[in-house]
Design a protein around this ligand. Sequence first.
Ligand code: PGA
Length: 244
Amino acid sequence: MRKAVIAGNWKMHMTCAEAQAFAEVFRPSVEDLPADREVVLAPPFTAIPTLSAALAGSGVRIAAQNVHWEDKGAYTGMVSAPMLLEHGVTHAIVGHSEPRKYYSETDEQINLRARAAQAAGLIPILCVGESLDQREASETERVIHRQVEQGLEGIDPERLIVAYEPIWAIGTGKTCAADEANRICGLIRGWVGFDGVIVQYGGSVNPATIDQLMAQPEIDGVLVGGASLDPQGFARIANYQPPA
Ligand code: PGA
C-alpha cells in the first residue's frame, strides 16, 4: 500500500511571521491524521527555519522549493542540499513548471538537482506536465515521458515522488478531470517502472476537489499551490475523506 503524500507549495508567499501564524492554526488539525498519509509543506527558503521549528514534532515534513546540484560554490542566489538538511528539510521540489519557464531550467539540470537531493538524503518531488498547446497537439504523453525519462536518470525510484502537474491547470482554477489525472499518473508509474513510486496530481487542487482526486487508484497524493496558503483549507485537504 502506497502512502499518500499531501504537499503544499507556498511559492513566493509567506514571511516568517505569516508562516508562524499559519502553523499555529494548521498544526492542531493535522496532529491526529490517519497513518495512511503524510503532509509536506514547501515554504520559501527564508521561512524554512521558522516553519520547521513551529511544526517540529507534528509529523509535518518540510520541503524546499528547489535545490542546487552542487554542495557549495560560486552560484549566486542558490541553496544547496546540506544547507537545507541543517534546517530539518526532508524533501525538495525539482522541475516545477515555473522555474522551467521563468529560468529556462532544462531536464538535464533538473536531473542534476534530483540526484543531488537524493545523494544528500532528501526526497525529490519531480514535477512533470504538459502545456495547453502540447495537450491540444496530442503531445501530452510524449512530453511527460521525456520529462520522466530524462529527469529520473540515475534516480532511485524508492526514494522519489513524481507530481503530474498539467501547466494549464496550475493557478488557473481548472483542475484536470480526475479520471484523466488518474490515467496520466498511471502512465507515469509505468514509465518509472516501480509500482511503489508515489505519484501526485497538482494543478488547482482545492478542498472541493480533493476527495474525488484521492479516490483515484493511481493518484497517491497532491501538490497544492494556492489552496495551501489558507491553513483551514489546507487542513481540509490533508484530512481528505477516502472513498467509502
Ligand atoms: P495551484 O499550483 O494549486 O495554485 O494550481 C500548483 C503548483 O504549482 O504546484
